[in-house]
Design a protein around this ligand. Structure first.
Ligand code: ATP
Ligand code: LTN
Length: 330
């Protein structure tokens, strides 16, 4: 069976972008793949974060994973920091990735642009190295992510080619990024030319937002001139974004969504329909999330997940150690 692997970093409150681009799709993989879904908590340290917030965000993501339909019997759910093999493989493979290629990463450029050079941590720069280790430790065939992460997966692919060629064997599996057909890049509601992002939210919808707030946020989302509901990201970024949200949450194509609203010539009515759709999805989701938090099962899920993940990861790590010449004793 092929393997799927993905993760979310606990840097803040999850947004509707995280839900549509990543979370909502994970459960579909567990039926046809051996699935590993983790919380990239070591990655959350690449920018300053309050320790209590980090711990709370981490627990929240586990609850969201379970609420979205991930079943711990089918999917290995674990914390990155519970499996030391991630840090160990990172230490080895960092020597085969180059400063030049890391400095071309868009995420690094975006995040470091706003910072003073002397305050940019090495971890932020080396972020894709650890992400490469995450992916390769589990021999992942597919990596379901939003569009912003595909460049990192490409880097992992370059690394696999380089490493396997150098040692003359297919040690690492070639991974492939998979993005959702609709909603791989949800934009901010107040600035629809920017990505909706949990660490730099701009009027964005959080998965834990109250329904009244959600209604307000969508009804006041920035739209565009005109009154037709058509998909035209260049000239109508606001309407196109709302149309994408509607289509993704309805599991239909953008074309089908356009068809539904072809006779709607009032943005207010359209926004109301989008709001109702978001609430229809998020209300029961929040209820499940709360039940899961109250049930107290999170630690048990993480304990089991860490054990299963470590077993798989350590097997690969040992092969890598032997390949590069580290002495592996019995
Ligand atoms: P940060 O703001 O801390 O960089 P983020 O909101 O971009 O965080 P990540 O933890 O980097 O979120 O992403 C988790 C998953 O959600 C990734 O697969 C990412 O591609 C996806 N994702 C994040 N934002 C969006 C978005 N606006 N639209 C679609 N997918 C998204
Ligand atoms: N970089 C990803 C989180 C992440 C990840 C991974 C995703 C860390 N390691 C491995 C897929 C596979 C992000 O920002 N969402």
């Amino acid at each position: 069976m092929e393997r799927a692997l993905s993760g979310i970093k606990p840097t803040g409150k999850l947004t509707l972008g995280n839900y549509i681009g990543a979370l909502k799709n994970f459960k579909d993989y567990q039926e046809n793949y051996e699935t590993f879904i983790f919380i990239a908590d070591l990655h959350a340290l690449t920018l300053p974060i309050d320790p209590i917030e980090l711990r709370n965000n981490t627990k929240d993501i586990v609850a969201f994973y379970l609420a979205s339909g991930l079943d711990p019997e089918k999917t290995t759910i674990f914390l990155q920091s519970d499996v030391p093999a991630h840090a160990e493989l990172n230490a080895i493979i960092q020597n085969y990735l180059y400063m030049g290629e890391l400095s071309r990463m868009t995420q690094f450029k975006d995040k470091s642009r706003k910072m003073n050079d002397s305050a940019i941590g090495l971890g932020l720069f080396a972020y894709p190295v650890l992400m490469t280790a995450d992916i390769l430790l589990y021999n992942a065939d597919v990596v379901p992510v939003g569009e912003d992460q595909t460049q990192h997966v490409e880097l992992a692919r370059d690394f696999v080619h380089r490493f396997n060629t150098r040692y003359g064997k297919e040690l690492f599996k070639m991974p492939k990024a998979i993005t959702p057909k609709v909603g791989a890049r949800i934009m901010s509601l107040s600035e629809p030319t920017r990505k909706m992002s949990k660490s730099d939210p701009k009027g964005d919808i959080f998965l834990k937002d109250d329904m009244i707030i959600i209604r307000k946020k969508i009804m006041s989302a920035v739209t565009d001139l005109g009154s037709d509901v058509i998909y035209d990201p260049e000239n109508k970024p606001g309407i196109s974004n709302l149309l994408t949200i509607y289509a993704a949450l309805s599991d239909i194509t953008i074309k089908e969504a356009e068809e539904i609203f072809k006779d709607c010539h009032r943005y207010g009515d359209f926004k109301k329909a989008v709001t109702d759709k978001v609430i229809e999805v998020l209300e029961p989701f929040q209820k499940k999330y709360k039940e899961i938090l109250e049930s107290g099962i999170i630690d048990k899920v993480l304990e089991d997940g860490a054990r299963k993940a470590s077993y798989t990861a350590n097997k690969l790590l040992t092969k890598v150690k032997k390949t590069v010449g580290l002495y592996v004793h019995k």
